[in-house]
Design a protein around this ligand. Structure first.
Ligand code: AMX
Length: 435
């Protein structure tokens, strides 16, 4: 058994009695009330999910296992000469709650190396799809196609598992799957946009370093991607990609089915696709003003034109956050250091000064501040990834770290099949006393 799996087994043994006790002894204690607007309005704010992997405070932003983004970036081990931590170390943190040592990170790197070979049929499948298929469709289909590899599904079919060791098979699938995602993502990119010139993986590199290598982009793109994958990894459990992955896994569907489903949710314009929408929107803005750098007044007018045509301003607003997303801030700090004079970055910075005021005047969005997607595309663009259709695949590779850690714990703690109750409109009218 790998040291990571051993550590996880110990953590799970320690944690199980807490969950059992809460359900057995305190199961009837009320957590929150539910209002009609929450029932109709996408369940906003209803506390009905549990995860220890990350927590999103509306004003502070995300903490991964209790650590803020700057703490994670500072504490996790980094490859020699690099600014950003190993993605493998972050995954170790998400899974176990502990900051790994350099040696523990190396062990995860070795585990991923053993599991990273992508089956040939995945490439065949990708190559058989029309080239103009959206890269998220390709990515999700590639993940789904590997379901035949699932050790969890196989053990279940053979009747080998009991509730207490479900997580072990889930863990094996999660490790197998994660190790392959960078190569699948980079393959889609090079096949679709770079004249069908895939670059083979370099077995000596870490997750972020190998991804940059397979994308064909020089330093410091490896650090860009380490940062990117870590920042996008998890945002507690109620967002569409995390919740979908959890929901599907609750039916004891394996990691392949579950992640593919979560990715399909991430592909929506109100969720992960917003990063591509932001770039498209900024390109439209630039096209409108030609070579001239738009002024703040121009930006303000462009925002109002967007809102008046019934569209949202992409990259702004959030269902939970009520301040600037610290994932935005982390990327802004990186851009200030590495691309301060970039024109697109300057537009993004000006938008930061203009959009919140416009949204406040508009009076609808509960949060006028930028989210992660307002910034991520600009850094990609600067380092040469200008095919913005591809951006959500990058988000998907990062998000897989969090959602896959979560479904491993779901099985470890024996969370049951999810099945909330629905009511009819008639019933709501009765509850409201108008019928
Ligand atoms: N531009 C214009 N209007 C906005 C807005 C924005 N950026 N953000 C919210 N609003 C509007 C909503 O559309 C809604 O209008 P309605 O009453 O006419 O339906 C109203 O303000 C209230 O919405 P809310 O409670 O503030 O937000 P929400 O929880 O319903 O939705 C989100 C959250 C992110 C979908 C929304 O802010 C949005 O559409 N933002 C733009 C898209 C985006 O950036 N998505 C990425 C989010 C992060 C991520 O998942 N990657």
């Amino acid at each position: 058994m790998s040291k990571l799996k051993e550590k996880l087994a110990k953590k799970i043994e320690e944690h199980r009695p807490r969950t059992t006790r809460l359900v057995k002894e305190y199961g009837d204690v009320k957590v929150c009330d539910v209002t009609i607007s929450q029932v109709i309005g996408g369940m906003r704010g209803i506390k009905c999910l549990v995860t220890d992997i990350s927590y999103l405070d509306p004003y502070e932003g995300i903490r991964f296992r209790g650590y803020t983004i700057p703490e994670v970036m500072e504490k996790l081990p980094k490859p020699a000469g690099c600014e950003m931590p190993y993605v493998e170390g972050h995954f170790y943190l998400l899974l176990t709650g502990e900051i790994p040592t350099e040696e523990e990170v190396q062990e995860v790197i070795e585990e991923f190396k053993k599991r990273k070979q992508v089956p040939q049929y995945v490439y065949d499948l990708l190559r058989s799809m029309p080239r103009d298929t959206h890269p998220m469709t390709m990515f999700s289909a590639a993940v789904l196609s590997m379901q035949r590899e699932s050790k969890f599904a196989k053990a279940y079919a053979e009747g080998k598992m009991n509730k207490f060791n479900y997580w072990e098979y889930m863990y094996e699938d999660v490790m197998d799957l994660l190790a392959k995602l960078p190569e699948i993502g980079a393959y889609i990119y090079r096949m679709k946009y770079k004249g069908d010139t895939p670059i083979p993986s370099n077995p000596d590199l870490d997750f972020g370093g190998d991804f940059a290598h397979m994308m064909g982009i020089d330093k410091p793109y490896d650090d860009v991607m380490r940062m990117y994958f870590i920042l996008h990894s998890d945002h507690e459990s109620g967002n569409v990609s995390a919740h979908t992955t959890h929901l599907v896994a609750s039916a004891l569907s394996d990691a392949y089915y579950s992640l593919s489903a979560g990715l399909n949710g991430l592909a929506g314009p109100l969720h992960g696709l917003a990063n591509q929408e932001v770039l498209k929107w900024i390109q439209d803005l630039r096209a409108k003003y030609g070579d001239k750098m738009p002024t703040k007044e121009d930006l303000e007018k462009f925002c109002w034109d967007t809102l008046n045509s019934g569209q949202v301003i992409p990259g702004y607003g959030h269902a939970v956050l009520r301040k600037t997303d610290p994932r935005y801030t982390a990327q802004r700090e990186f851009a200030l250091k590495h691309l301060p004079d970039d024109e697109l970055f300057q537009i993004v910075s000006m938008l930061y000064e203009v959009v919140p005021g416009v949204l406040e005047k508009h009076g609808k969005a509960k949060n006028p501040w930028p989210n992660v997607d307002a910034h991520s595309g600009v850094i990609q663009w600067y380092y040469g990834v200008r095919e913005y259709d591809f951006y959500t695949v990058l988000f998907g590779i990062g998000r897989a770290l969090g959602v896959l850690a979560n479904i491993t714990w779901d099985r470890a703690l024996g969370y049951p099949i999810e099945r909330p109750k629905s009511v009819t409109t008639d019933m709501l009218e009765e509850i409201a006393g108008i019928k």
